[in-house]
Ligand binder design. Sequence first.
Ligand SMILES: [Zn+2]
Length: 347
Amino acid sequence: MKKLLLSASVLAMIVSCSTSKNSSVANTDYAAKYAATITEKDLAKHLFIYASDEFEGRNTGEPGQKKAVKYLKDYYVTQGIASALGGDDYFQEVPASFLNKGRRRGTPLKDSENVVAFIKGSEKPDEIVVISAHLDHVGMKDGKIYNGADDDGSGTVAILEIAEAFQKAVKEGKGPKRSILFLHVTGEEKGLLGSSFYVQNPIFPIANTVVDLNIDMVGRIDDRHKDNPNFVYLIGADKLSTELHEVSEAINKKYTKIDLDYKYNDEKDPNRFYYRSDHYNFAKYNVPIIFYFNGTHEDYHKHTDTPDKINYDLLETRSRLVFHTAWEIANRKDRLIVDKPVTPPSK
Ligand SMILES: [Zn+2]
């Protein structure tokens, strides 16, 4: 995979943010301060619940999935983070009629919901940074519970911790300039359905959505990285916005220093991961995206994808990378430029 070179201007801008302050002013790097609240301990605490047998594999529309969305809602309420819908309804209903449209195989799906939490931006509240992960998994088969700790419990709990970090910033008067939508989508395993519903029924206009940072499987190490586990695959960052790729690279270089592997970003890669998780529904409409991913492994879509197998230190680093990237995009002066737009689908 060809790596793009960072433009000098982007690097200079990001570096200057941390060095230009007069030394008489408290020289706090707030991004680093709040990122430090994302800890492996907290991630583990959430994931051992979220991927426990009690949630029965979180199959779309089933009782275990309903327990999962309640867990997410209760968390946001406890944190004092608002619903994106206003009031105390954190659920964007995704009706069975939508879920079963064009569905030919399997048991018909029941009504489900996306979970939507929101932090309003202080200066550009109409511009929305989306951080997404899918809340569902594949349920139970042959009496076995598919816990989906990595897929996508890992992305789900990453969002919870990222949200807490942003909320702490808000409480201390350092909240983001742009708004953040924490979007937990349902029905991913059935065909990216919750995210598809969201982009067709967006709570905030897609035209005002500046990025989608999508996290799907970030708690494990694949075979290719057994000897160098400090990595994450990034997919899609440069597809619509050269600037997004540059920002992402610069942020990692400054803060998280993890190996960003672009193997699966190659258009010719037969796995076609760019098209295989929820971010793609945003990309179709020219919202720049990054897909964070650890690759597949021996427990992928098996009942053995359990929380005891997660690398929590790595999950912490990867969650912090997403947080820092979101922080930069939410706080930088101008919104990301889409220099390589595609033709969106006709409605
Ligand atoms: Zn997944």
